[in-house]
Structure formats: structure tokens, C-alpha cells
Design a protein around this ligand. Structure first.
Ligand code: SF4
Length: 114
């Protein structure tokens, strides 16, 4: 059994996940918590939010995020890849700045106009 706190909403339900019973989750107040508890032990993922270099605008950095969660184990390598990325203004919020990061099938998008 593993205990963890659900991050699905501000309620922060205390979850218990039973690895020996097909990752059955208890303590959740909704379906989202059951899904989170199971995924967190089997394949934890996170949306990566960071900034990349920017040229030609008034800001030297452009805030970006992955369009969807990526495996938690890949976050460090994804940060390394993004440290090499430079965008050129103008950039629109929602525009893809990097496709298919680390072969995950997930694009990285800008989160503001530049
Ligand atoms: S289980 Fe549901 S209600 Fe509880 S913290 Fe997670 S998302 Fe919120």
C-alpha cells in the first residue's frame, strides 16, 4: 500500500493505492483521484512548464509548456533539450515551439505572445 495526496484539485484527498490489488485506490472523492493514484504509481507524468531563449522581442525568455503530461522520468532530459531551443519573435500564445519532444508525441507550446 502506498499513500499519496491527490493533486487533481485543491481538496487534496489522501489516497491509498494497493499495488497488490491492481492498484485499487481508496480515499478519493472522485474518479479523477482514482485515475491519478493508479497512474502516479504505474506511470507518473507531469506537464513541464519552463522558459526558452527568445530573440527579436522585448523579453529574452519565452514561457512554454508541454501540451500534455510527459513521463516524470523524462523531465530532466526535456529541460536539457529546451535549454538549446531559441524562438524568434513574433511568437503567438499556443504556437508550437518544439514538436514531439523526446519522441513522446507531445509538442511544446508557447504560453504567451512575444
Ligand atoms: S480525488 Fe477528486 S476531489 Fe479529491 S483531490 Fe483528487 S480530484 Fe480533488
Amino acid at each position: 500500500m502506498t499513500e499519496l495526496t491527490c493533486i487533481g484539485c485543491p481538496l487534496g484527498c489522501r489516497l491509498t493505492v494497493d499495488e497488490e490489488n491492481d492498484y485499487a485506490v481508496t480515499g478519493n472523492s472522485c474518479k479523477k483521484g482514482a485515475e491519478y493514484g493508479k497512474n502516479e504509481l504505474k506511470n507518473p507524468t507531469r506537464v513541464l512548464t519552463t522558459t526558452v531563449n527568445a530573440e527579436g522581442g522585448i523579453h529574452g525568455r519565452c514561457p512554454v509548456r508541454t501540451e500534455a503530461p510527459i513521463p516524470k522520468a523524462m523531465l530532466f532530459d526535456a529541460m536539457k533539450v529546451l535549454s538549446e531551443v531559441t524562438v524568434k519573435a513574433p511568437v503567438k500564445c499556443g504556437e508550437t515551439v518544439l514538436e514531439d519532444i523526446l519522441g513522446t508525441g507531445v509538442n511544446v507550446i508557447a504560453t504567451r505572445d512575444l
